[in-house]
Design a protein around this ligand. Sequence first.
Ligand SMILES: Nc1ncnc2c1ncn2[C@@H]1O[C@H](COP(=O)(O)OP(=O)(O)OP(=O)(O)O)[C@@H](O)[C@H]1O
Ligand SMILES: [Mg+2]
Length: 467
Amino acid sequence: MSAVVTKAEMQQFIKLCQKLETFVLHVIRATPSEQQMDIIRAIDAGDKRIAVKSGHGTGKSTLLSWISLWVGVSKYDAKIPITAPSAPQLLSTLMPEIKKWRNVLPSVLQESIDIKMDTAHFKNGNDLIMRTARKESPEALQGYHATNLFFLVDEGSGVPDNIFEVVEGALTGEHNVIIMVGNPTRTSGYFYNAFNKNKELWKTFTLNAEKSSNVSKDVVELRRKQYGIDSDVYRVRVLGEFPRASSDALFSVEVLEEATKREVYADDGDEIWGLDVAWYGDDKSCLAKRKGYFLRPLETREKQSTLETSSWVISEYHKAHIKPVAIFVDNNGVGAGVYDQLIQAGLPIFDGNSSRASSEFGLANKRIEMYQRLSKKLDNMKIPDDDDLIGELSSVRYIISEKGLLMLEPKVETKKRLGRSPDRGDAVALTFYEDIFISDVQENVQSKRMEKADEMRNSSSDVGMAW
Ligand SMILES: Nc1ncnc2c1ncn2[C@@H]1O[C@H](COP(=O)(O)OP(=O)(O)OP(=O)(O)O)[C@@H](O)[C@H]1O
Ligand SMILES: [Mg+2]
């Protein structure tokens, strides 16, 4: 369509914009998956409370971006408040998705949408506003009124309940709609209730990634290997089902998912590394690097001699801007050679033998001790969204020994369930081998800092609104 539009073209265009389905197919010219199409049809049929639980990558954020553009372009007196648990989810995932689809619209429409960092203004007067869902500031979602109010919620499972209370308060008008999508990570709260005790209030959908044309069969197969087909992570990330929560799991999927999404400052606490050593077999050597509560992406090497592994760690040490105060190396078995070589090279190496007895009451050995410490700290940590790591940590089980002490199940059992050794999990746990080097940062301090960061982003935003 050219920038000059004839009357006939305009009439045709207005017709196409009446329904979301025709807008997506003929104005955006996208090809929705069958699963996306089911939801599109529900919106066109007039469903006003829609909840979607889903595996990863099925196209739910994309769907939200299509809905945003459609409402913004075609509805009279519309506002589209969008929320999600973290700023990156909104600004680095959803807004770029909205931009991507705005850029394929006919040019006359593209020119009518002015996208800023966290808002979009439509020439017809409609507004889209992104606000992070923070427990401490529910008022950020307050005060929206319009004839057509479309509240869109991404990653709904992680949105605090008090935010939904505010949203519910605003949804009083006849044409008000709420659409929430997300991975079903948490078995409590507003999102969970929409599929359980409040399900008669919602039109619900479950998007199984195994059946999605947006997710390749190869990816599904890889996830099976990474998570284990019977695992809770597979349920949440692929099948789009809530976790069953095994009672003997040390890490729940909910806590792991939250840790991948948490925002923390990486400038607090000591730099500590953990090294789990493998040799020529199928296992991997893994080096975990953590600064306080911030765990960096993990690095692995496979089929290396002990000398190669040592050289790798020495080079990582010399490259590092922030030198670790301690590197814990599991020196049991094949790790012993690497441990000696690294000490000789002058690195701050510490004994990380996980089979040693624990000095803590009720724990069988250092292995459970370090894993338990990690599990306690995880509530404040940011960990990378690493499918292998999540698969490994969620499959770790604990048992009670004959002496009545808590211990992890034998590694062979974990290997049987997972199909591999939990090398990444072990390296991360090794960074918690001793408690002495951990400088704690209070959670409320973190939270205040995030609010401050919001304020700073807000003051640099062209529209001057907080999110
Ligand atoms: N129907 C479609 N046609 C073309 N591309 C699509 C379609 N649906 C989704 N995509 C693309 O697939 C990718 C994944 O989609 P999206 O981010 O929406 O999935 P998601 O379900 O939100 O994922 P996550 O679970 O990670 O949040 C994006 O790059 C998106 O642009
Ligand atoms: Mg998404």
